[in-house]
Design a binder for this molecule. Structure first.
Ligand SMILES: NC(=O)c1ccc[n+]([C@@H]2O[C@H](COP(=O)([O-])OP(=O)(O)OC[C@H]3O[C@@H](n4cnc5c(N)ncnc54)[C@H](O)[C@@H]3O)[C@@H](O)[C@H]2O)c1
Length: 434
């Protein structure tokens, strides 16, 4: 089969590379010439552990091609996976303009019967709409079948997740088309859930919303622990050992960010509104997260009174460790809040700094190491639990800072350890160490 993947972002690139690695012939298409040029040289434009090596291996073995040429990618394809972005529109809905553009380009270029597979996260009903657009604009006589195949990989462990995912969801109203796509995934030997188109689309939104709900729930319990006394670490452990609940996504912190949860929850809420359904829990998940993302800033304001002129270190900028993705990261909100207060910011992240630099330029300073960021700082904020940051010796905070005080949004350090070093320590859902 000739398989094309449209979009070489986190999802499309990893999917394309992993499918080629199990023996498929894959063409990856993107409109971004810069990305494609890098990929043709075996360089990944995104940071994802292990990805460069896998790209180079499959380029060498001639199973992987990168192109910006729509004709080369579509004209002989038997199957096209769509993995372009579906960012949030101003009104909270999913922006489907990239999907529409791809459908129109495909319609004009395909020459034979085809299965179109949507991996992008799209609202219920989108796959049917994509099918209609292509059928309307394609040459007569060409058969177009659509399959919904939502993606569940996590940035930072995307390759592992593709090979070891919990399940593959394949939604189609055409049994044969669904089977064909299931066969493509056969080498991964993963459980496959076959559904209709609309259920598959809903599974993706329901999964992300439920995970976000767990985070907002534990954050609310953490906030309450701070008031009533108690330690969220113990609470989360005691709750999470209940197998009906599970311990994952019960880490209290500065809230969720990233390219998926915030926009997907808003998109599901928008969809519910469109169908006159008041999705109360979902609205709360969004509200709680907004407040949570400001918790560290509020704690610092309360501690210092004013942050004007204060030299602060911001450690960790990406929305989670092991990725360069800063979309909707809590760090961006904190930096904005600190800048409005006229704080003097030095930021450090092992991977994410170039992306933050594109947004904040010289409004903030960038350090070459966490230690350098801490030099002479009057407060340290921890936003991402990179190993490098979690493993920073507490001694460094003490020796480098004017007076050691940490506002930790990821609960990286043990309360006993910070106490031993005489550091003032504000974390989430745990007692303050003065
Ligand atoms: N990032 C994740 O962890 C993740 C996980 C699961 C699902 N998803 C979903 O997968 C989709 C893609 O996400 P992403 O993070 O990979 O996006 P991304 O923004 O990293 O990549 C999208 C790519 O599509 C390309 N593109 C846009 N229009 C194009 C066109 N007409 N032809 C060819 N290429 C085009 C862009 O240049 C870009 O490289 C989204 O719907 C997202 O919600 C993402």
């Amino acid at each position: 089969m000739n398989i094309t993947i449209t979009g070489t972002g986190y999802v499309g690139l990893v999917t394309g590379v992993c499918l080629s690695d199990v023996g498929h012939q894959i063409i990856c298409l993107d409109i971004n010439q810069e990305k494609i040029s890098l990929l043709q040289q075996g360089i990944s434009p995104i940071y994802e552990p292990g990805l460069d090596e896998l790209i180079q291996k499959n380029l060498r073995e001639n199973r992987l091609t990168f192109t910006t040429d729509v004709k080369e990618a579509y004209s002989q394809a038997d199957c096209i996976f769509i993995a372009v972005g579906t960012p949030q529109s101003e009104d909270g809905s999913a922006d489907l303009s990239y999907i529409e553009q791809v459908a129109l380009e495909m319609a004009k270029t395909i020459t034979k019967d085809i299965i179109v597979v949507t991996k992008s996260t799209v609202p219920v009903g989108t796959n049917e709409w994509v099918g209609r657009i292509i059928r309307e604009h394609a040459a007569p006589g060409i058969q177009i079948k659509v399959v919904s195949n939502p993606e569940f990989l996590r940035e930072g462990s995307a390759i592992y997740d593709t090979f070891h995912g919990d399940r593959i969801v394949i939604g189609s109203d055409d049994k044969a088309a669904g089977e064909t796509i299931a066969n493509i995934y056969e080498p991964f030997q993963l459980p496959i859930v076959h559904t209709d188109l609309r259920s598959a689309e809903m599974i993706k939104y329901a999964s992300n919303s439920f995970l976000a709900l767990k985070i907002s729930f534990i954050n609310e319990i953490a906030n309450l622990c701070e008031r009533v006394g108690g330690n969220i670490e113990y609470v989360a452990e005691g709750v999470g050992l209940d197998k009906r609940i599970g311990s994952k996504f019960l880490q209290a912190g500065i809230g969720f960010g990233g390219s998926c949860f915030p926009k997907d929850i808003n998109a599901l809420n928008h969809l519910a509104n469109d169908y006159d359904y008041d999705f109360k829990i979902l609205k709360s998940v969004i509200d709680v997260n907004k407040i949570q993302q400001s918790r560290l800033f509020e704690k610092a304001k309360q501690h210092f009174g004013s942050l004007a002129g204060k030299r602060v270190a911001v450690l960790g900028l990406t929305f989670k460790p092991n990725t360069d993705d800063i979309r909707a990261a809590a760090s961006l909100k904190l930096i904005q809040e600190l800048l409005l207060e006229d704080a003097v910011i030095t930021a450090y992240d092992p991977i994410g700094m170039p992306n933050v630099q594109k947004i904040y330029g010289d409004k903030i300073q960038y350090a070459e190491s966490a230690e350098q960021a801490l030099n002479n700082a009057e407060a340290a904020f921890i936003l991402t639990e990179w190993d490098e940051i979690k493993n920073l010796p507490l001694e460094k905070f003490k020796t480098a800072m004017v007076e050691p005080i940490i506002f930790d949004g990821r609960n990286c350090f043990s309360l006993n350890d910070v106490k031993k070093f005489g550091i003032k320590y504000y974390s989430i859902g745990r007692p303050i160490i003065e």
